[in-house]
Unconditional design. Sequence first.
Length: 492
Amino acid sequence: MAAEARSGRGPSSNNLLSLSTIPPVLRPVVRAYAFGYASAVGPRLLTLILQRLSRRKRRRLSQGRDDDDTSFRASALRIIRTGFDVQRFPTFCAVLAGGSSVLLGPLRIVLNYIAKGLNRSTRLRLARWLATFISAWLGLRLLHSKDSPAFTATETEKSHAGYQFGRTRVVKYGGKTLDLTLFTVTRALDVIVGELWSQHRARRKAAQRWSKLEQLATDMIDPVVFAISSAFIMWSWFYYPHKLPRNYNKWITSAASVDLRLIEALRRCKFNELRYGEDTGQAPLLGSMCTDFKLPFQCGDPQVTIPFPCELVHMGCGPSCEYHALSRFVRSWKWAMYTYLPLALAFKLRRPNRENLVRAFLSAARSSAFLGTFITLFYYGVCLGRTRVGPHLIGSDKSSRQRIDGGLCVGTGCFLCGWSVLIETASRRKDMALFVAPRALATVVPRKYPVEKQWQESLVFAASSAVVMTCVLENPKRVRGVLGRLLGVVMK
């Protein structure tokens, strides 16, 4: 008691932080539920509060009581209550963590009887893997059990000859947890590949045969993953936006600050709706854009002008591709600073001295330079394909121009933009690569699939979760980034 008095902490606060009043086997369950609830409810409450403040600012000049108080409280309470729904993310987190701790003991006893030929450490590792596999399977099935209107459709029954009977049936689809599954698969692959490469490096260094090429591969793996993932994401954003989450697609469009008529014109080039040298009724699309940017209407007519001038890509910045690229960088850097600088300053509020403020500004400036370079390389890649390099390599005849504007110019921008990650620090590259990789995977798998195949997703998720959680318990440093540190705290 004296020690507690000297430290300024009472027994209750110490117990609250360490969960010492809860049995050790249940502590991961409580921590997981708390983190899951905070991550599920916190962002929604913050969004609601920001919307509320924005509305109050607009109504500041109005008289009388704000009639929106009741609806705000009702919305906040609904968000708080829904977080406790057993079919939602917090319970899923508790089930996943609980299986890794509660089921471990019984599985070890079973394996001691049926797998006596294995050594003790192997049996422990296998028990951990099986415990997480079972809990992950059950947890994902719990999320699947909640109906979602976005993955439910009403279809009219048809006969074998194609005639409609008039009766309808409700059809359910799987895929609502696909982003979570792809995130887990990416982490599991990172753990497996990282461990194999670590063992390879240890053997090579022990034999004094570690080469500069192998060291370069070690340093470049994260930038390469980020660049390839970014290429898939940007290609999908341009041509197949439905493959990206709606909010993510909206954010990219906002950052790109592009005239949607230009995107639509290049999409129509790819899908052969806009054809050079032919009147396919597409002239008004870019013709109106030419009028807005004080160019002749005919410059946007694909029957007359082959190809349409790159000045349209520059959207008012003049004919120079290089000047447009520089202008893009400056505008994008400023736009990004409005996001990154407040966040960087917020992390330094605990010690707001001059040195920390300078570090916050430099960190925000560096991240803004990364985003500005990303956007600049994408646009300049389009210009390289259309004007600077493409015609000299492929040709400048009508069919070559159709090929260039039908995908090659956009593909060049997609290939180049991701290499901007080299501006960031090595630790940031790691987190960014792990962030975009599952989103890139999502562009090559169907967002919806027959519900009968849902067991396949559950199997993949459970196996991947078992790999990650087993590694967290045995070699936590192998699970890289913020997730590794968070799981280390939860499973402690």
